[in-house]
Design a binder for this molecule. Structure first.
Ligand code: ARG
Length: 376
């Protein structure tokens, strides 16, 4: 029809039929460099300890093959797929307040963009390396703005990320793999960021219609959650914490909604809900299933995330999920839960920012904003 806009921005949850999605690219990606918010702890056998700058071309090529394949699979399912525009991520990030040697890349679209209904929110981010990452998605956002007259773009307040935004010496004399020490601080909800300004990564939020669950941890502080709460007055924004996690960032390896009434938890990371909301899921008739154990005993050698990327799959509709092919236990569990599982290779993409859910950002899913937790 003549006046029908070509693009619709609308997505309220993680499971309704996917119509349009962004899939990241590995091009120009750089080896991440430690900064006050995070200490990268690559294993000696990774061969990249002390190295900085762009990832080897061969690694980029292999990651892009898997990302392109994901895009192809999605298109085959009738989903429109867009890709971000990489910029020169090897340039330093410099603002009047700080300087950092390089950026990371634009593979994990999920980390930056949070779609709530017809609004796409660019997260503040909390790592200095990621301050300008939104630039890679701007060409798409401008296009959607042009094509969908109802679409709204919001850039959350850009943080200053001065030394005051981080607890001094949080990772000193330790490393993220120093499980015990970091976990005992994190278990007390004592994370690396301070509360001088709102900070959040988009991937710390997961959407269930009117209810949003947002992980408080290394990348999202309480002010960040408060900003989301004030910004989305028609939603209920729930703070969640996870125990026993040495790197509490991004909720999509810890709490993954599968369809109305079914959410997946991480058996290693007990969920801590806000006081009075401990049984919010069960009270509303939701079942919480624990994810199957990961198929790998150790993370991908160049990847700074955990083995729990096993549960970082993408739900295409309430009956279809795209999963990493080697995660046989996870995939078997999803089949038993009634899903048609589409396995794809993805481990070569992990070093660029995570697995299949991380690499994508919703633009359009069918459906509307439902109240699935009427008993608050
Ligand atoms: N914290 C997660 C883990 O290692 C990684 C989450 C990655 N998610 C993302 N959207 N980048 O278990």
């Amino acid at each position: 029809m003549e006046n029908t806009p070509r693009t619709v921005v609308s997505s309220w949850n993680e499971w309704d039929p996917l119509k349009h999605v962004i899939v990241g690219v590995a091009t120009n990606g750089c080896i991440p460099v430690s900064e006050p918010a995070i200490e990268y702890d690559f294993a000696p056998e990774s061969g990249i300890v002390g190295r900085t700058g762009p990832w080897a071309e061969e690694l980029v090529g292999r990651a892009n093959e898997e990302l392109d394949n994901l895009a192809r699979v999605l298109r085959g399912l009738g989903v429109r797929v867009d890709r971000p525009t990489p910029i020169a991520f090897d340039q330093p990030v410099k603002t009047p307040d700080f300087e950092h040697p390089s950026m990371i890349g634009c593979m994990p679209a999920r980390d930056v963009l949070l779609t709530v209904g017809n609004e796409m929110i660019e997260a503040t981010m909390s790592y200095r390396a990621r301050w300008f990452e939104y630039l890679a998605y701007r060409p798409l956002l401008m296009k959607y703005f042009e094509e969908d007259p109802r679409m709204r773009i919001t850039s959350a307040p850009k943080p200053r990320l001065t030394a005051a935004s981080y607890k001094q010496g949080y990772f000193e004399n330790t490393s993220i793999s120093d499980f015990g020490r970091i976990v005992s601080r994190a278990d007390q909800q004592d994370y690396v960021t301070t509360e001088v300004e709102p900070l959040f990564d988009a991937a710390d939020a997961t959407r269930c219609g009117r209810d949003l669950f947002v992980q408080h941890g290394f990348t999202t502080n309480l002010k960040g959650i408060d900003w989301l709460r004030r910004h989305l007055p028609n939603h209920r924004v729930h703070r969640v914490n996870f125990r026993n996690d040495p790197d509490p960032v991004h909720i999509d390896c810890s709490l993954v909604p599968l369809r109305p009434g079914l959410v997946m938890g991480n058996p290693d990371r007990p969920i801590v809900m806000e006081p009075g909301k401990e049984d919010l899921f069960t009270r509303n008739g939701w079942e919480v299933v624990m994810a199957a154990k990961p198929a790998h005993a150790k993370p991908q050698p160049l990847c700074y995330y955990s083995i729990w990327l096993s549960m970082n799959f993408l739900t295409v509709d309430p009956k279809t999920v795209i999963c990493e092919e080697t995660e046989v236990y996870q995939n078997e569990q999803l089949s038993k839960l009634g899903f048609n599982v589409i396995p794809i290779p993805f481990r070569n993409a992990y070093p660029f920012g995570g697995s299949i859910h991380c690499a994508t950002a919703d633009v359009h899913r069918e459906g509307s904003c439902e109240d699935l937790f009427p008993k608050q």
